[in-house]
Design a binder for this molecule. Sequence first.
Ligand SMILES: [Zn+2]
Length: 327
Amino acid sequence: MTILLALTACKNTNVNACQFNDEDTIKICATLFPQYDFAKQIGGDRVEVKLLLKPGVESHSFEPTAADIVNLNHADLILYTNSYMEPWIEKRLANALENKNLMLVNSSKYIEYLESDHDHENDHNDEEEHEDEGEHGEEDEHLLDPHVWTSLHNASLMVDAILEAFIQIDPDNSDYYTQNAKNYKDKLEALDARFKDLFENSPSKTILHGGHATLGYFAHDYDLTVKTVFESYSPNEELKIANIKQFIDEVKSQANFIPVLYYEELIQPKTAEMIKKELEKGGITVELKMLHGLHNVSKSELENNVSYLSLMEGNYTNLKAGFDKDE
Ligand SMILES: [Zn+2]
């Protein structure tokens, strides 16, 4: 029993916080779960990939500690999401790193950002022009939706950016990485086709979501609308009664009403449960189902070796419950 516990503990400390052991492999630190998984898929056994976030940690409010920064200096490559998701990378980290050979790569460098469809604090429209790797988005980090990875199409573009960095660091294994990336992009494309098919054949085009605004890019790919209780791109917004009332009115006005209300990962779905109860008072019954936003994963998800694709498959199953009229 003691041995088993020790092994489990060891396993957990090995997968997070970007502490590297093996001097001989290519060491990659990913700030968020999607690029952590993409890097593992492309790099296979030729790289060591770590996730900076510990399991279950809320990603939007995360900032690295001084100890994290010391560890990061031992990496060869840091894959961050973008400056809207991790403003501290360009504002703080780039200057604090002593290892000048360390590559910092914006995994979203090939992605086109969507304009906001509602007013976010200090919105500007011309900011995405400056979203290149290494540039400083000093003006405001909350201008655009950072959740690019929720689109399978964007995931493929993130794979391109990561592949390019791998080839630059380790050109000898270029063919190996390129083939892995191609195989993986085929899988992303296949799942994307299944989502397209599901939504094209559904009478409803609206996802009712009791969380923060994470699904803009996903919805854009399939011409869907997402109705959220919170308008913010981060989960730290205070819930207002007026927002709940407005949300419930919108649910009631849906033409092709689908009785599934979605909630997000890693939190107790208190808001969704509250809305469910309010709707029941009005004679409307909804089922609650999770849509994983893939920012980070829980300890048990990590131990069960979940992947970007397996979590997206889970989302497909839960969306099918709402959108497939034959279910
Ligand atoms: Zn988010």
